[in-house]
Design a protein around this ligand. Structure first.
Ligand SMILES: [Zn+2]
Length: 475
């Protein structure tokens, strides 16, 4: 550092005062506001850069959370203190430029680092004690319990215990013990004749997907044959939790509420203009603002935040089909593809901040074109695009409880009626519960109408729809 004497650089603002200003800029709300303000100050002059860098070094040492970056494994050595603090305050992943998991998930278990959905299972995969026991044998003479006691688990004990929740309801919570895979891998041999290893792989290689390959530490040692199962499941859990909803009711949310939560989650991860909700009520007006251009038969299934199109965290398999070290996990094509998709979306928002309301431009950008070409398309689209506010519009959505997909039924500048034609429902069994919403805007007012049905079979085996109730809500 050269000098912190302000007069040398022609400014009379004392460094102490600048540091006080920076302290006031530290807002941890999951947005980039704090980081961009601090970076903006640092870029004013060489002197400002030196003062802000000095402040960043002190701030990292003072704060337990950001202090963890200094001890974290695999972090690039060339990361400056200013970069670290800006990433930390902006909830940017410590290892890449994706948004980290939402603030409501806090940091990574062991290090408190703020990591994205793809980097956590790649850089810090974890294995539960129950998975260790289900796929490994302890070598003869090795006392498994005492061996694992030597290691440092993130959560202690596999116990089911009754926990009193905030609402006073007692729920049984299972606490699972997780270890960092890199600690366990040292103890393992894939060779069953190996005598020195503490753990031996017992089971045959299998291609099932494990919840732990996505760092779903709330669901230890679960497997599924579908590649989509865990990413979809956890996306909805995160969107619900981050939107302040009770995740236990996620299967029975109204269709527009599920769609709103996914939109909010998408904007948190990619849209720099996202900000946290200020009221407890879901912001229906904001939802209508973004969804209206997509609320037609041509565009609905292309909306970026739908469960189908949302970039989902890739699997990072670290045991089957073979043990992988960090370099191999980082080289996984699925990891690269996810990172490339996320980088493209971030670049599109930079080139055209309003792109989430321009379905035509979005569709052209998301075809198989390079990031550079997509940015050119977005920049061109930004010049020509004219946003048309909707003052008189209604659209109807429908969803079967438990499904991820939300169907578009109809929309237009007219009053809609609920469609209750059994042929238009994909009814498969009796006892299904369907919900529909009409979302509308008239002038400044937005509103929703709700209707629900359950299905039953008549004497001839044909499905019937029975209305559950009718509810009018005006917001
Ligand atoms: Zn990352």
């Amino acid at each position: 550092m050269t000098s912190l004497d302000p007069e040398v650089y022609g400014t009379l603002l004392p460094a102490e005062l600048l540091c006080m200003i920076i302290e006031m800029l530290k807002i941890e709300d999951g947005t980039l506001r704090s980081s961009l303000s601090i970076l903006g100050l640092a870029l004013l002059s060489r002197w400002h850069y030196d003062v802000v860098s000095e402040w960043a070094s002190c701030a990292i040492n003072k704060e337990l959370c950001s202090n963890s970056y200094l001890k974290a494994p695999f972090l690039p050595q060339q990361m400056t203190r200013l970069t670290i603090i800006c990433k930390h305050l902006g909830w940017i992943c410590a290892y890449c430029n994706n948004k980290a998991r939402h603030p409501s998930w806090r940091g990574e278990f062991g290090t408190s680092l703020r990591l994205c959905h793809a980097c956590e299972p790649v850089y810090m995969p974890k294995i539960s004690l129950s998975r260790i026991k289900s796929i490994f044998d302890f070598a003869p003479g090795i006392d498994g319990v005492s061996l694992l006691e030597l290691l440092n688990p993130f959560r202690s004990g596999i116990t089911a215990e009754n926990v009193v929740m905030q609402n006073g309801i007692v729920e049984q919570v299972i606490r699972e013990r997780f270890y960092r895979w890199d600690e366990i891998q040292r103890l393992v041999s894939e060779d069953t004749t190996e005598t020195k290893a503490h753990l031996r792989l017992r089971t045959e290689p299998n291609e099932d997907f494990s919840s732990e390959e996505y760092c779903l530490t709330s669901h230890g040692n679960e497997t599924n044959k579908s590649a989509e199962a865990f990413p979809r499941f956890h996306l909805l859990i995160e969107a619900s939790n981050n939107g302040g909803m009770n995740v236990r009711g996620r299967d029975t949310y109204h269709p527009h509420i599920t769609d709103l939560l996914l939109l909010q989650e998408f904007r948190y991860r990619f849209d720099p203009t996202w900000h946290p909700e200020t009221s407890e009520e879901p912001n229906l007006a904001e939802y209508v603002h973004f969804v209206t251009p997509w609320a037609n038969a041509d565009n609905w299934n292309n909306r970026p935040w739908s469960m189908q199109n949302f970039p989902k965290a890739p699997r990072s398999a670290f045991i089957f089909p073979k043990f992988k070290n960090l370099e191999e996990r980082k080289a996984d094509p699925a990891y690269h593809e996810y990172q490339s998709t996320c980088a493209k979306i971030r670049a599109l928002f930079k080139a055209f901040p309003g792109i989430l309301r321009a379905p035509g431009v979005w569709r052209r950008c998301m075809r198989r074109v390079t990031i550079g070409d997509a940015v050119k398309i977005a920049a061109g689209g930004r010049k020509k695009w004219r946003g048309v506010p909707s003052f008189n519009f209604e659209f109807q959505l429908r969803k079967r409880d438990g499904d991820y997909d939300i169907e578009f039924v109809s929309g237009g500048n007219r009053k809609l009626e609920f469609v209750a034609c059994p042929e238009s429902f994909r009814i498969e069994t009796q006892g299904e519960h369907w919900q529909a919403n009409i979302v509308g805007v008239r002038g400044d007012q937005v509103y929703t109408l709700s209707k629900s049905w359950y299905t039953k079979q008549d004497y001839f085996g044909r499905f019937e729809l029975c209305e559950m109730d009718e509810l009018l809500q005006e917001t």
